[in-house]
Design a protein around this ligand. Sequence first.
Ligand SMILES: [Fe+2]
Length: 390
Amino acid sequence: MTDRTTDPNSGAVVPAPAVDPALRGLLPPNLDDLADRPSLAPRGLIARARAFGLAVAGLASAGGAAITWGQVERRLPVVRHVDVPVPASRNTHELRILQISDLHLYPGQEFLIDFLSRVARTEPVDLVLSTGDNFGSTDGLDLVRAAYEPFLDLPGAFVLGSNDYYSPQHRNWGHYLRRDPRISSSGLRGLDLLEDEFGTPSFGGGGEIQQDPDLPWREMVSLFTDAGWEDLSNRAATLSVPGSGGKNSSARIGGGSGAQQIVSLIGVDDPHMDRDRMPVPEDSWQDPAAVRLAVAHAPYVRVLDAFARTAPDLMVAGHTHGGQIGLPWFGALVTNCDLPRAYAKGLHTWHAHINTPLNVSAGLGTSPFAPVRIATRPEVSVIRLVPTWM
Ligand SMILES: [Fe+2]
């Protein structure tokens, strides 16, 4: 066997230059074998490189298509209807709750206001619950007013999220997929989480605020409380809600029985900022004829466990955006808190203390810095509490 190469001018095969004996020790021991099959290794490498290149190009193309679709899907909000049974022996009335969450409004999101306007015209509703994160920028107050205006003549209650206090900050997308260092008080470790999907400034333990809020949250709270809505930020409250029949163009409040339904509520300020302090429920919580609701923005395990110990009829939360980016047949990749992925959106049963219904809204909006939703439609929830013989 002889090393050989081709003369570039004549095309004649000529002996390859002798290898310097000093370099021989640095070359593979089977160099001669490789030289005897000069085309096999390069062809294999080329084939593998070509396959790799095609795979990379395919992934890039699929990724680009997914992001393009994500910008479309985020503009396709839906109403998700769920029924939650309440023991008929308690003599409660049917109650339709509209849960609005995670609007993240900023200029350019008027399509969400149009959607909510359609919801107000078409969905029978007895009670509105807002589960926070209404702002997407510091100039979103007028948009928030417009979004909620169709519902302010209804009974309502609200809690705040981090993006009611602090505007989102731009983050590198690669920064988003990080493990949340916080661990719930229940001892369950957090899953892989969005570190802080909307770039909220970090908070120390015990809820110490590192800087002043820059969003007009006080004005928004006034908008709600002036309408008679209850602020459930670490508070309990009681509402008397006209009976089922709900609100829409053909059946305004009291279209059903007209009886008043007592609704006892508890809520916490945003657990994502460690601002949650469990309130003491009001006396109405013990009334068997009252509907008991527990409300939070971020569904951290410690909060859900604490709520469940009070035996509510329903817990509601937002914050997760349903993962915001999901995979078909797999679901949410993250929950942005220590909630397991399986609970990222929808109606579930929370198995702690007693089995408690939990509705996690995927919410309506997105951060202005990550304006996509993939396999996670924007939504409002219409939750019907139905007296049921069990
Ligand atoms: Fe949010």
